[in-house]
Design a protein around this ligand. Structure first.
Ligand code: HEC
Ligand code: HEC
Ligand code: HEC
Ligand code: HEC
Length: 210
């Protein structure tokens, strides 16, 4: 009986430790992430959100609320492959928001109606050539999963984020975009602003059956 109690309290302590370790990642946010622009000379009053959103006079037509950043008008080179079943189209509005900084054609500080001069560089510069990047702006539905044979059915397979792939990772019911894999606000607190960690290719294996 005594040893059993001891075992139980060790178990409770382990659980508590797990909780303490797990909480900081649940509280992760944009502060300190690659999208924390507060230390940049080109933002206004050390603000983070203003580069992308504004409380007033925002662009309500966009795919993000109260959008404040100039949008790219580039035509992109798309991913193409003979083994792919999906049809790739020019980036949809939601992915265009990302490409408005990441394609390098629009300055980071082109927001609030101003035209800036600082463009993105390094690994984060994807350019207008998306031919070597994971396809986006594709319809990923049950029919595609059946046609492909090696994709989970997004309407029933779980994402690991609380619901199905369709509910948690797709937009306008079945569109795959940059935000299918990325969380622009770093809510998950995992590297590369991903929606979930890619340890052991977990992210990839959410959709791909390999
Ligand atoms: C680098 C650009 C960027 C920055 C900086 C940014 N956001 Fe966003 N935000 C977006 C995008 C893009 C979306 C649309 C959702 C998506 O595609 O993931 C969005 C969506 C939202 C939404 C609506 C739904 C959601 O996803 O939560 C709210 C609210 C929001 N942002 C608030 C904020 C606040 C507050 C800040 C500053 C602390 C901020 N954002 C900073 C790009 C940004
Ligand atoms: C206002 C401009 C802007 C917008 C809009 C924007 N980003 Fe970024 N992003 C940046 C900058 C600047 C960096 C940091 C580049 C660096 O560190 O050199 C960055 C970094 C990243 C990184 C690398 C993170 C890391 O930790 O290495 C990812 C991933 C990313 N962005 C994805 C996105 C996605 C997805 C969207 C749209 C939902 C988006 N970004 C929208 C400016 C932007
Ligand atoms: C299928 C999932 C997926 C999609 C879709 C996706 N990404 Fe990523 N992205 C990743 C992963 C995983 C990484 C980190 C992998 C690595 O480079 O090690 C990454 C890395 C990045 C980085 C950091 C690159 C670097 O070397 O610093 C940027 C910036 C980025 N993505 C932006 C985007 C943008 C913008 C889009 C849409 C045009 C997009 N991603 C679409 C999965 C994705
Ligand atoms: C949200 C779901 C999703 C995630 C997450 C995802 N993919 Fe995909 N991926 C797809 C879909 C859908 C296609 C299109 C497949 C087709 O039509 O044949 C695709 C296509 C591809 C292709 C091109 C296949 C071809 O035949 O040309 C490769 C390679 C790939 N994914 C690798 C990855 C890797 C690596 C990761 C993890 C970093 C990843 N994917 C994450 C959904 C996803």
């Amino acid at each position: 009986m005594k040893t059993n109690n001891k075992k139980q309290s060790v178990f409770v302590i382990l659980l508590l430790l797990l909780f303490i370790v797990a909480v900081p990642s649940a509280m992760a946010d944009i502060t300190g992430s690659a999208h924390d622009f507060s230390a940049e000379s080109w933002t206004v009053d050390n603000q983070i959100c203003v580069v992308c959103h504004t409380p007033h006079s925002g662009d309500t037509a966009s795919n993000a609320p109260l959008w404040n950043h100039a949008t790219t008008t580039a035509t992109f080179t798309l991913y193409s492959s003979s083994t792919m079943n999906a049809t790739v189209s020019q980036p949809g509005g939601r992915s265009k928001l990302c490409l408005s900084c990441h394609d390098g054609t629009v300055a980071l500080d082109s927001f609030g109606g101003n035209t800036g001069g600082t463009t993105i560089s390094g690994g984060a510069l994807l350019s207008t050539d998306l031919g070597n990047d994971h396809p986006i702006s594709i319809t990923y539905d049950s029919a595609l999963a059946t046609a492909d044979g090696e994709l989970s059915d997004p309407s029933s397979a779980l994402s690991g984020l609380g619901g199905t792939i369709e509910a948690d990772m797709l937009f306008s019911s079945s569109m795959m975009e940059c935000s299918s894999c990325h969380d622009v606000h770093n809510s998950a607190g995992v590297p590369a602003l991903l929606v979930k960690a890619n340890t052991g290719s977990d992210l990839c294996l959410t959709c791909h059956i390999k």
